[in-house]
Design a protein around this ligand. Structure first.
Ligand code: WT7
Length: 631
């Protein structure tokens, strides 16, 4: 097991070592895992070509580290506790022994249906134990999983399946979310009309919604597991073999398949889990993210299980049956660590304190926040009402591309400051740069956040298009990984992330590209052109504001608005629906035809006077009209 930093002096020592001797530092951490063959070289890297390799030549399987190696020491300890959407439904506990057995069994089902090392497998499931089992079963046989969040549309699934050329899809009949029942299998069916690479669909039962099963393609999970043994030796993987692909939005229209590999990701997710949250044996860790996002991959599945932790999987939503549900779950399962998003905190805060007051939250030791900047008001509410002033809050900054937490307090070790992610973890070397890429030195400064040295969890490539990886992350500034975030470093050297500096929005902690939403809106017949920006939103952090030019023939604006929302839902999913749609006759464009988003952002923020320089605009009058009609 990974040893933990337990004092600020130890943190400083570890940090210094990680900078002066990064390879020695990470080699020592990696010794705590089970390797079939040791690595020959700890690190090889070149940011110019976006090439990073950790633990070169090392052989291993992440599931041996997450499961097998715990069997002797904690086989009967809970690995997964599952809490249903419905508070009346009995929860499920899977011990390490049971989880190991189920993973091996399902891995054999995958093999039976032709899956082999290197295949890509799409997983589109609700938050049930089978989702974690499916993920681990892929890793067991060396297949590369691509989990697609259960809220995405058929079109989004199809795009992701086609990009990765998946041959198998694992799904469920449906999912429960609050008082809603959502069809999953039928959405997969719609997607697969466009996906010729898919040979098999494995369907687990959750909602018992009637589904159509296609002969020769679709099989039931429950039937299949009965036909195989539960003995499945783990495939031997190279440290740099792909473990998974996870799609994320960027500033261009098409989501990118972020690739993580087996060895470095395992070491990084586990190291950060053990240290940031200061997880102690027998504690219950509750990360409220969905496994369909990186937070769920790293801090529900891989990090906790590799550290031998008990991880809680919650199927439902924070407000069902009422806004006290998280607190009920914490009380019921005696949760020690809660890791959630500012949007959830703000939402629950808005319901008032009556949902918290009578709940027993005394089991809590550590609180975490992730996904977007946490405002001071939410930070204090979280601290006082949930942590009762005695739980450290770790505001963890990281990204899908970083694999694990990068800048964050270490619970109980780093002095916290509301709204600050505080200090880089050992192994992380952040720098701030100006627009030209010059390093901004000293404290009390702001700039664009870059990282100047590789860490084991760094993105390896964007699936099928390495050039895009170079362009997106390693070309803006020479020899630096560019995060896309703006950041300040205060007088104490503490980091505060201020938000994206590119055309990416952060809506309820979800990353959504403006171009992606524009493309979806533009698909609507009545739309000529559109421009999308984010604007400050009390609960979501950012809301989506769309400026739309419509065909003059279309007069019923209420109808077009409804149709646009339906189109976006169909093409991306409900999370990308604009909160506001303003119909305009033109957009503020420069003479070269570039939309001046700066102006649109100002108007969306409610600014009417300080719009800034509009002299380079082709038609400055359009700005007057936009301000006049602002929502
Ligand atoms: C973007 C990454 C991996 C975390 C879940 C989202 C923003 C994330 C914080 C934080 C301020 C944050 C950044 C980042 N972000 N955590 N603690 N404080 N901003 O992962 O979808 O890859 O989004 O989320 O803007 O670039 P993601």
């Amino acid at each position: 097991m990974i040893s933990q930093i337990s004092s600020f002096e130890q943190y400083q020592e570890a940090y210094n070592q990680s900078v002066t001797d990064p390879e020695g530092f990470w080699a020592e951490v990696a010794q705590n895992f089970q390797w079939r063959k040791p690595w020959k070289k700890t690190l090889e890297w070149d940011f110019a070509t976006a090439n990073t390799k950790w633990f070169v030549g090392g052989k291993m399987n992440i599931t041996e580290n997450a499961l097998d190696r715990h069997l002797a020491t904690r086989g009967d300890q809970a690995a997964i506790i599952w809490e249903s959407n419905d508070p009346e439904e009995e929860s499920i506990t899977l011990t390490y022994k049971m989880l190991h057995q189920k993973v091996c069994q399902f891995a054999n089902v995958l093999k039976k249906h032709g899956a082999k090392k290197g295949d890509r497998i799409c997983i589109y499931m609700p938050m049930i134990p089978e989702l974690a089992i499916a993920v681990l079963a892929c890793a067991r046989i060396g297949a590369i999983h691509s989990v697609v969040f259960g809220g995405f549309s058929a079109q989004s699934i199809a795009d992701r399946i086609n990009d990765a050329q998946c041959n198998i899809v694992i799904t469920s009949d449906g999912s429960f979310r609050g008082n809603k029942e959502i069809a999953l299998k039928s959405t997969v069916d719609d997607a697969l009309v466009q996906c010729s690479s898919v040979q098999k669909v494995i369907v687990s039962t959750r909602t018992r919604t009637p589904v159509s099963m296609i002969k020769g393609r679709d099989v039931w999970w429950e039937n299949e597991v009965k036909t195989v043994s539960s003995d499945c030796p783990a495939e031997e993987m190279d440290a740099e073999d792909m473990l998974f692909i996870l799609y994320t939005s960027g500033s261009t229209g098409k989501p990118k398949g972020v690739v993580h590999t087996c060895g470095g990701y395992m070491v990084y997710a586990t190291y950060t889990f053990a240290n940031v949250f200061q997880y102690q044996p027998e504690q219950v860790h509750f990360c409220t993210a969905d496994i369909g996002w990186i937070t769920g991959h790293s801090y529900i599945v891989y990090g906790p299980l590799c550290q031998g932790a008990t991880t809680l999987i919650f199927e439902g939503i924070p407000t069902y049956p009422d806004a006290g549900r998280f607190w009920d779950v914490i009380d019921k399962h005696k949760v020690d660590i809660l890791y959630t998003a500012p949007t959830a905190i703000r939402s629950l805060m808005s319901f008032g304190n009556q949902f918290v007051e009578n709940k027993d939250l005394s089991s809590l030791k550590t609180l975490g926040s992730v996904g977007e900047p946490i405002n001071e008001e939410a930070w204090h509410w979280y601290d006082e009402n949930i942590g009762k002033g005695k739980c450290p809050i770790v505001d963890t900054w990281w990204q899908t591309e970083t694999g694990g937490i990068m800048i964050s307090p270490i619970a109980g070790v780093t002095k916290t400051k509301p709204a600050y992610a505080t200090l880089p973890l050992p192994g992380v070397q952040p720098i701030l740069v100006d627009e030209q890429g010059n390093e901004i030195l000293g404290n009390g400064v702001s700039g664009n956040l870059c990282i100047k040295f590789p860490w084991p969890g760094i993105i390896r490539t964007t699936y099928g298009d390495h050039e895009r990886c170079i362009q997106t992350y390693f070309s803006t500034y020479k020899n630096l990984y560019f995060t896309g975030d703006g950041c300040m470093r205060d007088e104490d050297g503490y980091y505060r992330i201020t938000g994206r500096v590119d055309d990416v929005m952060n809506v309820s902690g979800h990353r959504i590209g403006t171009a992606e939403v524009e493309n979806a809106i533009n698909m609507h017949l009545g739309v000529i052109e559109s421009a999308v920006v984010g604007y400050p939103h009390d609960i979501k952090g950012q809301g989506i504001y769309a400026y739309v030019i419509c065909d003059s023939q279309m007069e019923d604006q209420a109808l077009i608005r409804k149709d646009i929302l339906a189109t976006v839902t169909r093409l991306i999913g409900p999370i990308a629906k604009p909160d506001k749609i303003q119909f305009v006759s033109g957009l503020p464009k420069t003479r070269s035809g570039k939309i001046m988003r700066r102006i649109l952002r100002k108007v969306a923020e409610g600014e009417t006077s300080n719009i800034g320089d509009t002299s380079t605009l082709l038609d400055p009058l359009v700005v007057e009209e936009i301000i006049g009609g602002a929502l």
